[in-house]
Ligand binder design. Structure first.
Ligand code: ACO
Length: 273
């Protein structure tokens, strides 16, 4: 376990957990915390065995968004300091969005502004049903920025993204699933177990297959069908090369031996044993 000032990082074999740890301020992101997140990501990046990164918060908040005083109000009259604080925030967002490992947001409570964006850039979002999501920016006279509008536009429909950005109304974890902002909502008491089960399933997959799946998804959404087919085939050959053809030599050989049913289970990761 590494403790940064406001962030805790635990790496347990294939799973890294980044916990925002400033509960007295609803895990609002002050400049030190932005730097802590960078430092945690750097440490995770160095550990090539990590397949899954879980991001969560301590207390009753996932993340209360940018620290409105430390990031906006106090540095505002010094343009360089103001921009530096914004750049620090958006730069870890860029890194996390492009992160090679699978990212899972475990939304345990309040989830606003840049916290809404943090959940939105993760690959999978598991939330407690009573968590509260919101793009509150309009409530203090601005718009969701720094990537938050992108997240709304890419996860929600136009009608829903604009409704919640324009009204600043919050919505529950349960509603977040229907709105496209969360993968699954569970009762708060079941949140840890639900995330643990998903993480265990992911940790049992081939690391290169996980990483390539993310890359293929990100490319496919920007390509037309014909170009995507070319890209997907090329990525299959690349993955085969990278894994020394593990899917053929091991996974499909196990299938032939009737060791598992791919519709219901994963093959056994012989190479990682
Ligand atoms: N920035 C700075 N301080 C914050 C933030 C924040 N984003 N969120 C909460 N806090 C602080 C509060 O000021 C308070 O500090 P204090 O104890 O020193 O007075 C402490 O955290 C606890 O917050 P309360 O408001 O007392 O908690 P409550 O449970 O009543 O409300 C809620 C929680 C709804 C999350 C409320 O704190 C809130 O509205 N926070 C702002 C959320 C927001 O709009 N975030 C978007 C920021 S903009 C962006 O991210 C781009």
């Amino acid at each position: 376990m590494t403790s940064f000032t406001h962030v805790e990082l635990a790496i347990d074999a294939a799973v890294a957990t980044i916990r925002l740890n400033r509960p007295e301020k609803k895990n609002a992101l002050n400049p030190e915390m932005h730097q802590n997140i960078h430092d945690a990501l750097t440490e995770v990046e160095h550990d090539k065995s990590v397949k899954v990164v879980v991001v969560t918060g301590t207390g009753d908040a996932f993340c209360g968004g940018m620290d409105l005083e430390k990031c906006f109000l106090e540095p505002f009259d010094d343009p360089e300091q103001f921009d530096a604080s914004n750049q620090l925030a958006v730069s870890w967002s860029r890194r996390l969005k492009a992160f090679p490992a699978v990212t899972v947001a475990k939304v345990n409570g309040w989830c606003f502004g840049h916290g809404f964006q943090l959940a939105g850039i993760c690959d999978i979002v598991i939330t407690s049903e009573d968590a509260v999501f919101g793009m509150s920016e309009i409530n203090f006279g601005i718009f969701p920025g720094g990537g938050t509008m992108w997240v709304a536009a890419h996860n929600m429909t136009r009608k829903q993204a604009l409704y919640y950005a324009l009204t600043g109304e919050s919505f529950s974890g349960r509603e977040a699933v229907a709105l496209g902002m969360a993968t699954r909502a569970v009762p708060a008491a079941e949140l840890d177990a639900a995330v643990d089960a998903i993480v265990a399933s992911l940790a049992n997959k081939n690391v290169h297959a996980l990483r390539t799946t993310k890359q293929v998804y990100e490319s496919a959404i920007d390509l037309d069908f014909a170009k995507s087919i070319d890209m997907e085939l090329a990525k299959l050959y690349e993955l085969s090369y990278r894994t020394e053809n593990e899917w053929i030599r091991s996974a499909l050989e196990q299938f032939k031996r009737k060791a598992y049913r791919p519709g219901l289970q994963s093959y056994s990761l012989e190479a990682e044993r």
